[in-house]
Every structure is written in C-alpha cells, then in structure tokens.
Design a protein. Structure first.
Ligand SMILES: [Zn+2]
Length: 375
C-alpha cells in the first residue's frame, strides 16, 4: 500500500515536470523592417481605417540607436533585438568589441525549441541573419550562408539561393545541407506538402520580386548594369508568400509538438521607404498586416504564445500630409531616402504580453523574451 502511494506520488511529480516543460511558451517575433508609425498609419488608412495591430493588448516604444550611430541599420538593430547588445552598424551577432553573442533563437534551441525564420528578403539579409550569424559585415553573404548551414533552423523561407549554390569557392551548400537532412522546395504547395522537419523554401535566386494582390511593386536594390536576368529569378510567380508561408510554418511547428521560436520579417516595407515610394511601402505593410492576422489567429487559439510585432527602425522620415478617409487615400511625403532615429512601436499579445509596455532600448526586447524563455 505504502509502496503504491510512493509510486503514485512519483508519477504525479514526473507528470508535473513533464507538463511544465511542454508548457514553455511559443515565441513569435515579427519585424516590419522600416515600419514606423507613419508606415503603419498609412497602411491603416489605405485599408479602410483598419489594421490587425488594433487587436494587440499592449503597446510600447523602442529606442533604436546603435552603438556607434543614432541612426541604426538593420544589422545593429537586428542584433540588439536578437542578442541583447548594442553594436556597430553593419555588424551581426557580435558585441561592439567583436565578441560573438548568442541569439534568442540559439538559446531557444538549447531549451528544446523548434525554430523558423521567414523573410521577404534573401534569407541571409541582415534581419534574419541577426538570429544565426556572427560576423562583422552584413553583406558578406558567402560566409553568412556557411553559418546558416550550421544554424540548425528547422524551417526557413526567403530568397538568396545563389549564395548557397553559385559560389566562388565551388561549394554547393544546398547539397551539403541535403546530406545533413534538409529538404529544399521552390513553391508554396511543395512547402505545405513536405513532411520534413528540416525544410528550406527558396523564394528567389536573389532578392524576391514583390507582388501584393497581383501587382508588382518590386524595387530592385541590387539592379546593377551587369546583372543577369536569371540571377533575379523569382520562384513564387505573382503570389506574395509571407502570409501563406507563415500559416504553413505555424502548422508545421505546431505538429512537431515542441515549443517554438519564429521570426517573421516584412523586409520590403523598408525598401519602399528607401525608394520614397508610398504605394510600394504601403503594399508591403498590408502584406505584413495580413500575416499578423494569421499569427494572431494562431495565438488566440493556442493560448500559450507570445506575439511581439515591432520594427528595427523607421525608413524615409515619412509623414502623411493629406488624404481622404472616405476613399482610403493618403499622400506621403518623405524627408530622407535612409533610415531615421525615431522610436518605433512594439505591439504585444498573449503570454506575459504586459512585459512589453513602456519605453525602452531595443536590447530590452531580447531581455524580455529571454525572461519568458527562462520562466
Ligand atoms: Zn533599410
């Protein structure tokens, strides 16, 4: 009898330990590159005075300056949010003295999390790379690609195939990763169908062309006189893929059954801002907004997820100078073709969302997420 009670107690204790482990919250971090208040407001008024961000529970403001510049770039601010240290512009995953620092993605992996990265840029671009790379120059794509092969990320979606298999050193990183258990696909339906838990979806050879609702808004940052058409090939046709691939990835992560960390970047809000092109900028916000809706749907159902939506910086110094509520039109003006130092909003929903209210440094986003992971 006594033995049975002890056995029962042991069972209860081990069940509790197990259920605590399985209750580690999922983390969904969404970064609208260059998404300041004007980008959000412009998208909202263009969208019948509505945005998915209105469903969030708390709003904060983040100070984006980097270690060496009041106006940050995406590498320094990505590193601040991914790894908790202010560093110099163009640096990824190193502190200001050049020491490698561990990202929240890598910390989550150590805790048994599944992980994923989705971007509408090439997957080695500064914002996604801030979560797995440790390198002093963000444009060193050939070395960042090698670091990606060692990242252990379960699912990734983005452009940049050529940095993996069209290399000066003749290495074929796609073959190398395939030998290590990865599968690669080139369209959304193959991505959805795949049963692999190590899966890459290349959306373009270089930077993805960008369509929203069938319209091409793409701005080619890398158009150079000698560019070759085939290097810019896009695998997604006329479909925007951010919302659909996010939905598929959340399903995959959920099926694995472990807690997960995912970073989703709307990269080209920034590129529209650099180009002072309001239609392009707003279209990219609206695609991001659709994706936020997909994420919120998941978080509301799951109930053990923290969703944080923020930006790395504002781009363009954009303002709304006129418009008309009744026909959802706005007119933007820009004061810059670069980033600005304005604070950016942070929206949070779900598990411990209250942590993200207030005004704080962008490095605090890492610290707050870490406190949730270490709860
Ligand atoms: Zn930018």
């Amino acid at each position: 009898m006594r033995k049975n009670i002890i056995l029962a107690l042991l069972l209860v204790i081990s069940f509790n330990i197990h259920s605590q482990e399985s209750e580690s919250p999922n983390i969904i971090l969404m970064i609208g590159d260059g998404m300041g208040l004007t980008q959000i407001t412009s998208g909202m008024y263009s969208n019948n005075n509505s945005t998915s961000l209105e469903d969030f529970q708390y709003v904060g403001l983040s100070k984006t300056h980097s270690y060496d510049n009041l106006v940050t770039d995406s590498a320094a601010s990505g590193t601040a949010m991914s790894s908790g240290k202010k560093t110099q512009n163009k640096v990824l995953g190193l502190d200001h003295e050049g020491n490698p620092i561990k990202s929240i993605l890598s910390i989550c992996q150590d805790k048994g999390y599944s992980t994923a990265l989705i971007a509408t840029a090439n997957i080695l671009h500064a914002t996604p790379a801030a979560f797995f790379a440790n390198i002093d120059y963000r444009y060193n794509y050939k070395d960042i690609a090698v670091q990606m092969t060692k990242s252990g990320v379960n699912f990734f979606v983005g452009g940049g195939k050529k940095y993996f298999n069209s290399r000066e050193d003749k290495r074929d990183l796609i073959n190398e990763m395939t030998e290590n258990g990865y599968e690669f696909v080139y369209n959304i339906s193959d991505y959805e169908k795949s049963k692999s838990n190590y899966l890459g979806f290349f959306t373009a050879k270089d930077e993805p062309y960008y369509f929203y609702k069938g319209v091409n808004y793409s701005y080619r940052e890398y158009d150079e006189p000698d560019y070759k058409e085939d290097e810019l090939e896009d695998f997604t046709g006329k479909e925007s893929y951010l919302a659909s691939s996010t939905k598929a990835t959340l399903n995959k992560l959920d099926e694995i059954g472990k807690p997960f960390f995912i970073m989703i970047e709307g990269a080209q809000i920034d590129w529209g801002g650099h180009d002072n092109d309001q239609d392009y900028m707003v279209s990219q916000f609206l695609e991001f907004n659709d994706t936020i809706e997909v994420v919120l749907e998941f978080a509301k159902r799951d109930k053990n997820t923290i969703v944080v939506v923020t930006a790395d910086h504002e781009t363009g110094g954009a303002a709304i100078v006129r418009g008309k509520l009744s026909d959802s039109t706005i007119k933007n003006r820009f004061v810059s073709t670069n980033h600005t130092a304005s604070m950016v909003p942070v929206f949070s929903y779900g598990h411990k969302a209250h942590l993200f209210k207030g005004i704080y440094e962008n490095t605090e986003i890492f610290n707050k997420l870490l406190s949730i992971v270490n709860q």
